[in-house]
Design a protein around this ligand. Structure first.
Ligand code: 4NP
Length: 157
C-alpha cells in the first residue's frame, strides 16, 4: 500500500507546494509507491496556483509546481495521510489543535526533523522575502525531501 504524505504550511502557495513538487518529482523519478499532496492551515489562497516567485524559482531549478492548486487542511487529512509534514511550529500547533486523537497527532512532524545536522527547525516563510529567500527555501526543501525519503523504509514498488 502506498505511503501517503501531506506537506503543510500556512498559505499553501510557497513552502508546502514547493515541498510537494520536490517530493512528487523524486517519487516519479525513482518509481516509488508514495502519494504526495499539500495543504495550508489558512484559507486565504484556496484554489490559487503557487506564488509566482515560488513557481519561477522552482522552474529555474527544474521542478514544475505551476499545476498545483491551494487547498485548506481539513480533519479528513488525518485519516487520508500517514505523514503530515509541517513547515514551522505555528503550523504544528494549528494542525495538532485539530487532531481528533493521539494517533492522528503522532502523524504530525516538523519536516526539518527529518534533516539531521540541520540547525534550522523551521522552513522560513519567504512570502515577504526576496528572490534569495525563495532560492534558500528551494535548497532547504530539496535537502529535506531527500532526507525524508532516505529515512522511509520499504517504499519501493
Ligand atoms: P506559505 O507562505 O505559508 O509558505 O504558503 C505564505 C503565503 C501567504 C501568506 C502567508 C504565508 N499570506 O499571509 O497570505
Amino acid at each position: 500500500m502506498s505511503i501517503r504524505v501531506l506537506m503543510v504550511c500556512l498559505g499553501n502557495i510557497c513552502r508546502s507546494p514547493m515541498a510537494d513538487g520536490l517530493l512528487r518529482q523524486k517519487v516519479a523519478l525513482n518509481n516509488l509507491d508514495i502519494e504526495v499532496d499539500s495543504a495550508g492551515t489558512a484559507n486565504y489562497h484556496v484554489g490559487s496556483a503557487p506564488d509566482h516567485r515560488m513557481i519561477k524559482t522552482a522552474a529555474k531549478n527544474g521542478t514544475p509546481i505551476d499545476f498545483l492548486r491551494a487547498r485548506q487542511f481539513s480533519n479528513h487529512d488525518f485519516s487520508a495521510f500517514d505523514y503530515i509534514l509541517v513547515m514551522d511550529k505555528s503550523n504544528y500547533r494549528n494542525v495538532c489543535a485539530l487532531a481528533p486523537d493521539q494517533l492522528s497527532q503522532e502523524k504530525v512532524h516538523l519536516l526539518l526533523d527529518f534533516l539531521s545536522d540541520e540547525a534550522l527547525e523551521e522552513v522560513p516563510d519567504p512570502y515577504y522575502g526576496t528572490e534569495t529567500d525563495f532560492q534558500f527555501v528551494y535548497d532547504l526543501l530539496d535537502r529535506a525531501t531527500d532526507s525524508f525519503l532516505a529515512k522511509l523504509k520499504n517504499y519501493t514498488k
